[in-house]
Design a binder for this molecule. Structure first.
Ligand code: TMP
Length: 219
């Protein structure tokens, strides 16, 4: 049976990576085959493209968009698609919604152009479920500063820019409501994980009553 493709989206500092790992463990605890990956990146070549994007912060924005979709296509064809064929839950930390928000909403590349690239590279493939993590812009900035993650262009964004990102991702949840769920990402990581797990359980009828994950306390 084909697996499920679950994506995490949201601005920087909202806790996507932590929550993606917690979901990975929870699904494994239920006996599912799970693979956790991320974008940009996810396999050797795509991680090299990620490095290229990281070391070239002044790259032309269209060039950056093309590289993101080149990496995405490679990731999709070589990693995501084969794992889904083998029945895996593939959890991906960011996918093409991030391009719509960062390159589209934030950098002003026309959304139609990004959607056209999406069609060229992924066809009508869509995530089965997109978890959009939402929190106040002030809080995500505070959390990034607290974790000393101010290291690249996006990490150095101010509250106003984080606010635009937040609105962009909220619009994604609205526009793609057939696959996307807005998750309140404020509160403890255990509380946020419970909301996420409830959304996953509801979408896929996992048949469990709750995650065993945090029974002994989350790491
Ligand atoms: P990460 O910090 O979530 O790993 O993501 C790295 C940065 O890349 C993050 O600031 C958002 C940015 N990004 C884009 O601008 N467009 C994209 O399509 C993706 C996947 C990430």
């Amino acid at each position: 049976m084909r697996g499920k493709f679950v994506t995490f989206e949201g601005g920087d500092g909202v806790g996507k990576s932590t929550q993606a790992s917690l979901l990975e463990r929870a699904l494994r605890d239920l006996g599912e085959k799970v693979y956790l990956t991320r974008e940009p990146g996810g396999n050797e070549l795509c991680e090299q493209i990620r490095e290229l994007l990281k070391v070239s912060p002044k790259m032309d924005r269209t060039c950056c968009l093309l590289l993101l979709f080149a990496a995405r296509r490679e990731h999709f064809v070589k990693t995501i698609s084969p794992l889904l064929e083998r029945g895996y839950f593939v959890i991906c930390d960011r996918f093409y919604d991030s391009s719509l928000v960062y390159q589209g909403v934030l950098e002003g590349i026309p959304i139609e152009n990004i959607l056209e690239l999406k069609r060229m590279t992924l066809g009508d493939f869509e995530p089965d479920l997109t978890l959009v993590l939402d929190m106040k812009a002030e809080l995500s900035v505070y959390r990034l500063r607290g974790r000393h993650l101010i290291q690249d262009e996006y990490d150095a964004m101010n509250v106003e820019e984080h606010g635009r990102l937040r609105e962009g991702f909220r619009k994604i949840a609205d526009t793609f409501s057939f696959r996307a769920v807005l998750i309140d990402a404020e509160g403890t990581k255990e509380a946020v994980h419970s909301r996420i797990f409830a959304a996953v359980e509801k979408k896929f009828s996992l048949g469990a009553t709750g995650s065993k994950l945090c029974a002994g306390g989350c790491r």
